[in-house]
Ligand binder design. Structure first.
Ligand code: FE2
Ligand code: FE2
Length: 311
C-alpha cells in the first residue's frame, strides 16, 4: 500500500495516515512496508539517473519522453499485482465464508478470528510477513470442515466419540486442502496446529509449549475468544467478553500460551474490561509420562474437554 504511494514522494505523510488509520506506529508502517517496495525503488534509481542525464542533453526533454512508456508499463504491472493480491484475499475470504455459512452458528467466525488474531499479532510485534500469515491463516483455519459431514457439523447434541474424532480431523484435512497452494505455505502450520494446547493435550499432534508454532498459539486464543463470545448450538447464550477473558486467564498456561493471553488483553477486544490477570501459580505442564501415554492413546481418545470447544 505504502509502496504505491512512495512513488509520489509522500512516504512519510502516507505512513502517518496509514498508522493513524490502523492504530500502528509510523516506524512499524515504514519498516514493514519498506521490505515490499525497497527493491522497486532501487530498480528505479538507475532509470531516474539516466533520465536526468538525458534531460541535460540538447533537446533532451524530447528524449526523456522515451522513458515514459516503460515507466507506465511498470506502473500498470504493479497496479495489477496489487489487484491480484486483493482478489486473492477476497477469494480466500469467500472460501472461508462458504465454510462458515454451512453452520448458521458460525457465520463470519473466520473473519472475526482473523481480525482478533491480527490484533494480537500486532501487540506481540510479529513481522509484516507473519501478520499476513495470520490474516490468511485466520480466514482459512477451519477450511477442513468442508470434509466434516453435516450430521456431525450441525449436530446439536453432544458428539459421540466417533463423531468427535471426525470433527477433530478438520485441522489435518484443512492442511491437506491448502497444501497444493504454494503461496499459502506459511499458513499451513497455523491451520494444522490451531487446536494444540499449551500443556500438550490438544490435537492433532499434541505439541507442547513452544513446540506449537507461535502463530498457531495466537490463532488458538483468537479462535477461543470468538467461539466463547458467539452463540453455539451447545450454548445458546454466549459468554460476555468479560467472562471470556476470565476463561482465557483461567486456562492460561493450560490451554493457552500466557504471553498470547497477555497480548490479547491489551487489544481493543478487551479494552475497558476487567482483567483478573495471570493466575498467581503457573499451572504445571502435564508430566512427560502422561504426555507420552496421551500420544499413544491419541487416536483412540481425542481430547474433548476445552475452555473453548473446537470451532
Ligand atoms: Fe478449528
Ligand atoms: Fe475456528
Amino acid at each position: 500500500m505504502l509502496g504505491a504511494l512512495c512513488s509520489s514522494s509522500i512516504c512519510i505523510p502516507a505512513a502517518i495516515i496509514v498508522a493513524l488509520r490502523f492504530g500502528r506506529s509510523v516506524r512499524e508502517v515504514v519498516v514493514g512496508d519498506a521490505r515490499g517496495f525497497a527493491v522497486n525503488l532501487l530498480a528505479l534509481a538507475p532509470v531516474a539517473w539516466l533520465m536526468a542525464r538525458t534531460f541535460s542533453l540538447p533537446s533532451g526533454w524530447w528524449a526523456t519522453l522515451l522513458f515514459a512508456l516503460p515507466l507506465y508499463t511498470t506502473r500498470v504491472a504493479y497496479q495489477k499485482f496489487v489487484e491480484m493480491r486483493e482478489m486473492f484475499t477476497q477469494t480466500i475470504g469467500a472460501l472461508a465464508e462458504a465454510v462458515d455459512k454451512r453452520d448458521p452458528f458460525t457465520s463470519r467466525h473466520s473473519w472475526r478470528v482473523k481480525e482478533i488474531a491480527v490484533d494480537i499479532g500486532r501487540e506481540m510485534r510479529v513481522s509484516e510477513v507473519e501478520l499476513e500469515a495470520l490474516e490468511w491463516g485466520g480466514l482459512l483455519h477451519d477450511v477442513g470442515k468442508i470434509g466434516v459431514p453435516d450430521r456431525v457439523l450441525l449436530k446439536q447434541d453432544r458428539l459421540t466419540r466417533e463423531e468427535r474424532t471426525i470433527m477433530n480431523a478438520h485441522p489435518v484435512l484443512g492442511e491437506q486442502i491448502i497444501k497444493p497452494v504454494a503461496k499459502l505455505a506459511r499458513e499451513l502450520p497455523i491451520i494444522r496446529h490451531h487446536h494444540e494446547w499449551y500443556n500438550g493435550s490438544g490435537y492433532p499432534d499434541r505439541l507442547i509449549g513452544h513446540e506449537i508454532p507461535k502463530l498457531a498459539r495466537i490463532l488458538h486464543v483468537a479462535d477461543a475468544f470468538e467461539a466463547m463470545t458467539a452463540a453455539r448450538p451447545y450454548r445458546l447464550t454466549p459468554l460476555t467478553p468479560e467472562q471470556a477473558i476470565a476463561e482465557l486467564r483461567k486456562f492460561s498456561g493450560i490451554q493457552f500460551d500466557p504471553e498470547v493471553v497477555d497480548a490479547f488483553v491489551r487489544t481493543r477486544w478487551a479494552e475497558g474490561l476487567p482483567d483478573p490477570g495471570r493466575p498467581t501459580v503457573e499451572p504445571r505442564p502435564i508430566p512427560l509420562l502422561a504426555q507420552a501415554a496421551g500420544r499413544l492413546s491419541q487416536a483412540a481418545s481425542p481430547p474433548t474437554s476445552t475452555a473453548a470447544p473446537p470451532s
